[in-house]
Structures are given as C-alpha cells and as structure tokens.
Design a protein around this ligand. Structure first.
Ligand code: ADP
Length: 289
C-alpha cells in the first residue's frame, strides 16, 4: 500500500510558512525524511498523525483519507513523537499494558501476550519491572517503538529518534527499525544523514517547507557521479575556496581540513575525484536551494 501526500501546505498563526506544496509517495519499508532543523519535518509528521491540521492538501493511504478520517488513521498509525513524555515511576510493563488498553486490547490475557512479545522484540523484557525514569535514552526510544507497534500499525512515524543516542544505542535502534519495516511503512524524520544512508531504501530532502528531492538514495546519488572532488587545504584557506569553487562541505579528517567541491570537470589545483556520498547530495541540494 502506498501513502500519497499531495500539495500539503501549512502556515502557522505567527506567519511561518512551515510547508509549501509538499507531495510525496511512500511505500512499505523505511522512508527517510531528511532536513535541517526547522525544515518542516515535524509539521509533516504531526499532520499525518492527525495532531494538527494542514491548510490545504491531501494525504491518502489506499482508501483512507488521512486528513479527514482521524479515527481511521489512529487505527493504522503508530507514532513516536520527538518529545515522548513518560511516567517516570511507572514500570515499563505496566505502562505498556496501560497503552495497550487504550488501543482497545481489552482482554487481559491477550494484552499480556502482546506486551510480553513487544518487550521481547524491543530487547526490554529483562528490564520490564524497572521504572521508566531509570531508562537510558536508547531504552526510552525502544520503549517508544514498543508503544508505537501496539495494534499492528500499517504506518509508523518516528520523529528524530536517534538524536542524543550514543553510537551503540543508535545501532541497536537502527536494527530494531530495520526489523519492523518489512511490511509496514516506517517514516523516519532526521537531520542525521547517516540515519538515512544506513536504513532507508527511499528518502526525501526537505528544507524551508519544500521537498527538494525524493527517490531512492542510490539513484538520486547518480546525478553527482564524476562531479565531486576533494583536497586537503590549510584551514585558513577555507574562505578563499568558498569564493572560488562550489564548495559542498569543509570537514575535518584526522585533524586536516578537507574541502569537497562540485564541478562538472576536474577543477585541477590538486583536487582528486571522490565517490559521492549521501552527505554530498544533502549539502549540495540544501546549498543549491
Ligand atoms: P523540523 O521538524 O524540520 O525541525 P518543524 O516542522 O518543527 O521543523 O518547523 C518548521 C517551521 O515551523 C520552523 O520555522 C518552526 O520554527 C516553525 N514552527 C513549528 N511549530 C510552530 C508553531 N507551533 N508555531 C509557529 N511556528 C512553528
């Protein structure tokens, strides 16, 4: 099943145009919504989660009108918001059981089975009696996924889930997401390019409320083939290179300053060709718009 978003626009009462004519096609698997802070990602996510209204546009999943049929959406949607409030004293198992009742799983034995299986799936079973306030960032996010998975959702929305996780927790969280995305649509919003390159079979880059690019990372990347060049420079030369070249990024690598530029042919001047990566595509796209 495909999620079809067409012409979504939103202006907040203070005049901020958060979304401008956003259209996307999203199929089963992991979809990365990549953009800097303030790009409009959360606005899209909250709109799809029926937590706020768009000014115009449509969003459909098969026959379901996501912007109108709020009860219908809540039956098929799992949502892990950016700010996930928890009850710090509550044991994980009890809170998940409570969420399961809210989702309409009224039979106690059925609920127990569902809760146990979700705690196992998210590697939290051994911590089930611990209060949520004692959980690490990664454990909280995995608990967030457990609650988002209640009721077998067809669409799961996760908003900036890996911000603040340490590398090991991030890998664990990535593996969990990869495991659940086989038959459902998982939309992952992030400003971290490697979240998308590690996980997503399709993606969109969004900035200033507009979709700048969307598709499969591998095919999107092919537009940069043969066009990305790099060289080591002295850090003081950085401004001069910015004047002279279309600089994609200036990064430190082993303490040295490496500049990457966009050029149809060899820029000469000591530049070497490199295989473009998603970070090149992201920065080149954001800078060009
Ligand atoms: P992202 O999730 O990509 O960081 P958001 O969707 O949160 O972006 O924000 C998009 C733009 O809308 C930003 O300029 C942000 O400041 C603004 N914005 C978000 N929420 C509100 C709000 N409730 N009222 C006014 N402006 C908002």
């Amino acid at each position: 099943m495909e999620l079809a978003i067409d012409g979504l626009s939103k202006r907040y009462p203070n005049g901020t145009q958060a979304l401008q004519d956003v259209s996307l096609r999203i199929s089963a698997g992991m979809f990365g919504l990549l953009g800097p802070n303030g790009a409009g990602k959360s606005t899209i996510m909250r709109t799809l989660a029926t937590l706020q209204e768009a000014d115009s546009g449509t969003a459909r999943l098969g026959d379901l009108d996501i912007l109108r049929d709020k009860d219908g959406v809540r039956r098929i949607l799992g949502y892990l918001p950016q700010e996930f409030g928890l009850y710090p004293r509550e044991p994980a198992e009890d809170l998940l059981d409570h969420f399961a009742s809210l989702k309409g799983i009224t039979r106690r034995d059925e609920r127990r089975g569902v809760v146990t299986s979700l705690l196992q799936q998210t590697n939290l079973y051994e911590h089930r009696r611990k209060a949520l306030g004692t959980f690490s960032g990664g454990m909280k996010q995995r608990f967030g996924i457990a609650q988002a998975l209640l009721g077998n959702p067809k669409v799961i929305i996760v908003d900036e889930p890996t911000a603040g996780l340490d590398p090991e927790e991030r890998v664990r969280f990535h593996n969990l997401l990869a495991g659940i995305s086989e038959n459902v649509i998982v939309i992952l919003s992030t400003h971290i390019v490697s979240d998308v390159s590690d996980l997503c079979g399709s993606m969109a880059i969004i900035n200033n409320g507009r979709v700048l690019l969307s598709g499969a990372p591998s095919s999107l990347l092919s537009v940069l083939d043969g066009k990305v060049w790099k060289r080591v420079i002295a850090s003081a030369e950085s401004a001069a290179y910015n004047e002279r070249y279309r600089v994609i990024s200036t990064r430190l690598s082993s303490g040295r300053t490496v500049v990457r530029v966009l050029s149809d042919g060899s820029p000469g001047d000591g530049f070497d060709p490199v295989t473009p990566d998603l970070e090149d595509l992201y920065f080149a796209t954001i800078k060009a718009n």
